[in-house]
Structures are given as C-alpha cells and as structure tokens.
Design a protein around this ligand. Structure first.
Ligand code: 5MM
Length: 340
C-alpha cells in the first residue's frame, strides 16, 4: 500500500472550495431520473448526459472528483476522449462505485445488506488501470419500527471495512458511505441516535481491519429529521446535531468528510453544509458528495435535448459554485435567486 499516495488523493478530493459529484447512478436509478424528464434510458442518452455534466465550463473549479458507474468509466466524449482521461486532464479525480447494490437481509424484514465483495480485488485492479483513483461503497440503514437492528448495523459496518481494506491494497482511496436514510417520520433526535451508533460501529471495524484513516474519505448522512416528520428541525439544529455526532465519532486522522444529500432539496443541502463550515475549528475538511442535490436542476434544464446542453451546464455550474462556497462558509441563501 502506498500510504503517501492514498493520503495525497484523499486530500485532493476534500480540498477547500471543491467537492465531489456523485454521478454513479446504476442503470435502474438513472432510468428513474430520466423517467422524470420523459427520456428513454439508452446507453447513448446516459453517455450524453454525463458528457454534459463533465464538460460544463468552469465546473472543475468547484468539483474535485466524480464518482462514476462501471458503464460510464468505459465511455468517452462524442469527440472520443475517455471520460476518465477528460476528468484527469481537468484536474478532477475519477472514482468508481464498486458495490453491487443492496439486497434484503434474510431474517431481518425491512433491512438490507450491500453486496459486491466477491471478486472485488480483481475489479479494483482493472478500475485502477482504467484511471479510477478512488471508489465508493454505500451501506443503507433504514429507521423504522424496531429497526435498525444491531445485526444489520454490524454486518454493514464489517462489509464497509473489508471493502475499504481491499481498496487501499489496490492503491484506491475508499469512500466509506454509511447512509442512514431520511425517509420516514422519525425525529432528528432518533436520526442522531442511529447515526451515532452506525459511525461508532463503522470506525470500530475500520480500526479492526487496519484501514489507513488518512487515506479514506467518509461519506455520511447529515443528522436530519425524516421527510415525513411532522415537526422537522431547522437548519441550525441540523448543523449542530451533525457536528456533535461527527465530533464524537470520527477520528481527526480522517482528512475529509463529504456528505450525501439523501433527498434534501438543492438549497437545503448547500445551506446545511455552509452552516457547519461556519462553525470552524473542525479537525477534518467538510465538503459535499452530492448526487441529486447537484444534478436535479441541471437534469431538468437539459431535458435530453442537444440544444439545451448549455442550459443544463449553467444549472450544474451554479450548484457546484454555491456548494464550493459552502465548503468555505461563504454561501448566502440569497445567492439562490441569482440566475444560473
Ligand atoms: C448517485 O446516486 C448513488 C445511487 O446509486 P444507486 O443507483 O446504486 O442507488 C448514491 O449512492 C449516491 O452516491 C449517494 O446516495 C449520494 O447521492 P445523494 O442524491 O443522496 O446526494
């Protein structure tokens, strides 16, 4: 394992002013996104959409890395440049989603386990050759009546740690993503309790598997009320509870934390990140690794029309720029009113 190189990449991924674009929607997920704009999910449409995002002028000023899906890592621009080469040329680190999605956990109704460890060492070697320098694995923890169970938390944490160790052996920085979902009617307090337990277990297993903390990036949920909670907590409470939870559970050796947006609106996700960075005095960099909160407006503006590429890129650049400001605590909600 080349620790110096792992630490260098992890730092580059979480550098101030920049963050990560999660464009690793699997074929099923991107189809759902395209359904919303009434666009068929063909390989060419998926390629064209990703090209629109990756070639947005100026976006690389605010985007440090892009998480790709297997298909996308093998695709190229219309002009024939491989996406991984294009991103590297722009100073953006290419990454790859390596989990194989979630499956129901036998004997644990309502809970899921992430698959993808079989053959992972071989796949990582190939991905490295194709240009990927970091990877992502997402574990999903749902909150509901009687869940999550200890067994679900422990099993998912163990899988995350084994994945992270395999990545580092292949000189690939692991993004460790334990996502506590914000679906449901739970309170912020319940989300904090579950997120705390999950992060505690994840770092216990990372330690047990001797994962080099300086060479990884954590991608957690924010501590937030469930979408259907009748009395949702405000932005200041979200920022405060999230920082309290992370300070308790994330060692300072971890260079950076890149949040998922998890179903928050674009503006909400940016505002929360900004408030946390305004707090200052944090031992790790705090940035974004958003999927929907970076892409929703861009996808709608593009709509699958070649004539709308520039409009889609403007929306993407706006979100990238505002989130870049939020990593520095320099975002103002009033900036949302400015044209893309
Ligand atoms: C880009 O979305 C990813 C979805 O992957 P699947 O198709 O396998 O479900 C997802 O893992 C994403 O990287 C994170 O959840 C962050 O995205 P959001 O939209 O929550 O910011």
């Amino acid at each position: 394992m080349n620790r110096t190189e792992l630490a260098r990449i992890a730092h580059a991924m979480t550098a101030k002013g920049r963050g990560i674009l999660a464009a690793d929607e699997s074929t099923g997920t991107i189809k759902k996104r395209f359904d919303k704009i009434k666009l068929e999910s063909t390989e060419e449409n998926r390629r064209a959409y990703r090209e629109m995002l990756f070639t947005a002028p100026g976006a690389a000023d605010h985007i440090s890395g892009v998480i790709l899906y297997d298909e996308t890592l093998r695709q190229s621009t219309k002009g024939g440049e491989r996406f991984a080469d294009l991103l590297t040329r722009l100073g953006v680190v290419p990454g790859i989603k390596v989990d194989a999605g979630t499956k129901p956990m036998p004997n644990f109704p309502g809970e899921v386990i992430t698959e993808g460890l079989d053959g992972l060492a071989g796949r990582l070697a190939e991905y490295h050759q194709l240009g990927a320098r970091f990877a992502k694995w997402r574990a999903v923890i749902d909150i509901g009546a009687g869940i999550p169970t200890r067994t679900c938390i422990e099993t998912n944490a163990e899988l995350l740690a084994r994945y992270a160790a395999l990545c580092q052996a292949a000189e690939i920085v692991p993004i460790v993503e334990p996502e506590v979902l914000m679906d449901g009617g739970h309170t912020l307090e319940r989300c904090e309790e579950v997120t705390d337990a999950v992060l505690c277990e994840v770092f216990d297993r990372l330690f047990a598997h001797r994962v080099y903390l300086e060479g990884m990036v954590l991608k957690p949920n924010m501590v937030i009320s469930g979408q259907k909670c009748p009395d949702r907590a405000g932005p200041a409470q979200v920022a405060e509870a999230t920082l309290r939870c992370l300070r308790r559970r994330v060692p300072s050796a971890v260079p950076g934390i890149a949040f998922l947006s998890g179903g928050q609106s674009e503006a909400e996700a940016t505002h929360h990140l900004d408030l946390m960075n305004r707090a200052g005095g944090l031992p790790w960099a705090l940035t974004f690794s958003y999927g929907r909160a970076l892409q929703a407006s861009a996808l709608a503006a593009w709509g699958g029309a070649p004539a709308q590429v520039a409009a889609g890129q403007r929306e993407f650049l706006k979100r990238a720029r505002l989130n870049g400001l939020a990593t520095q605590g320099k975002y103002e909600p009033a900036l949302e009113k400015q044209a893309a």
